[in-house]
Design a protein around this ligand. Structure first.
Ligand code: FE2
Length: 324
């Protein structure tokens, strides 16, 4: 077992037990439940919601951004220069609903929390994220507020899926894992989700090392998971009530600006509020967590260089050019 920082850099994530106390978790559960008023609840058959930008919207959650235990963890594991990266969510019961028997090949919904959703970080020697100028240090912190027995949903993370060196590197390797192996597994398991399982090399630059098996996490109230936003993850269906909160952080560089711009400028559907909020910004500044707004506003390119479903450089041009 390595120290937490090495562990995080090697696998792309870190699970920390009981970072928040049970009292704090209980208080946050109540705060989340109280967001939706009683009248609205009566009309909801399954009381579930996701609130994008929830932390910034509700002042009584702001303190979490600079919670001393969280900041201490981020300073130790990521960087002392970490800033609040705006993207954040509040979730209640946001888990998929289907039958699941514990076999990770039968999980659906594997994804990355960046705008880049592909299983590959490298295709034909072209890397998805260009790190020659700046290192990718954009992370997401998941705060879990219920005991596992109350919701019985596992979080699965694929170790090393944030590293280009572990991404399948050529068409023969891709053909083998997806057309042969995954196809075979989908027949055996009689499950179509197996065909979309994300295969990541176990060892760097070694196509014969086998695949990186998902790491299964059982979360309890007050536990947190810190992960590189490029890490591929999924959750199993839940059988009870689950409250969770997600907050993104990053160091001041193009990767973080790109991440923030995606949510502010491209994902209009999520309804992110204005970039600046004087009252929150003053407090972020006080805690040395405020991103440089001018640098962010002036950022109009993307360090994403690889193949995407839509070419981002072209796709985002319209969003940025009119904002310059
Ligand atoms: Fe996610």
């Amino acid at each position: 077992m390595d120290d937490p920082k090495t562990d995080f850099e090697k696998n792309g994530f870190l699970v920390v037990k009981k970072l928040l106390s049970s009292d704090e978790a209980n208080d946050l559960r109540n705060k989340i439940d109280n967001i939706v008023n009683d009248e609205t609840k009566k009309h909801m058959t399954f009381y579930a919601f996701a609130i994008p930008d929830g932390i910034r919207k509700y002042k009584n959650f702001w303190y979490l951004i600079w919670h001393p235990n969280i900041i201490k963890l981020l300073h130790n594991v990521v960087s002392k220069n970490i800033k609040f990266a705006i993207h954040n969510d509040i979730h209640r019961n946001l888990t998929p609903q289907y039958k699941y028997d514990g076999d990770y090949f039968k999980l659906s919904g594997w994804h990355r929390d960046t705008r880049f959703r592909s299983n590959f970080l490298k295709i034909k020697d072209k890397e998805a994220f260009n790190e020659t100028q700046e290192k990718f240090k954009c992370i997401r912190l998941g705060i879990y507020l219920n005991n596992f027995d109350d919701f019985k949903s596992y979080l699965y993370l694929i170790p090393k899926s944030h590293l280009t060196s572990h991404s399948l590197g050529n068409k023969f390797e891709i053909f083998f894992w997806y057309r042969v192996f995954a196809f075979f597994i989908s027949i055996i398991t009689k499950n179509k989700f197996a065909r979309f399982f994300p295969f990541i090399r176990k060892k760097p630059n070694n196509m014969f090392s086998g695949y990186s098996k998902p790491y299964r996490v059982e979360l309890n109230e007050g536990d947190v998971v810190l992960f590189d936003t490029r890490v591929i993850h999924a959750v199993s269906p839940s059988q009870g009530t689950k409250h969770s909160i997600f907050i993104d952080y990053g160091i001041e560089n193009e990767h973080t600006y790109d991440h923030i711009n995606y949510y502010l400028k491209e994902r209009k559907d999520l309804g992110y509020s204005d970039l600046q909020n004087k009252q929150l910004d003053d407090q972020l500044e006080e805690h040395d967590l405020l991103i440089n707004i001018n640098n962010l506003k002036n950022f109009n390119k993307s360090p994403m260089t690889g193949r995407h479903s839509i070419n981002p450089e072209e796709h985002i041009k319209g969003f940025y050019l009119k904002n310059i």
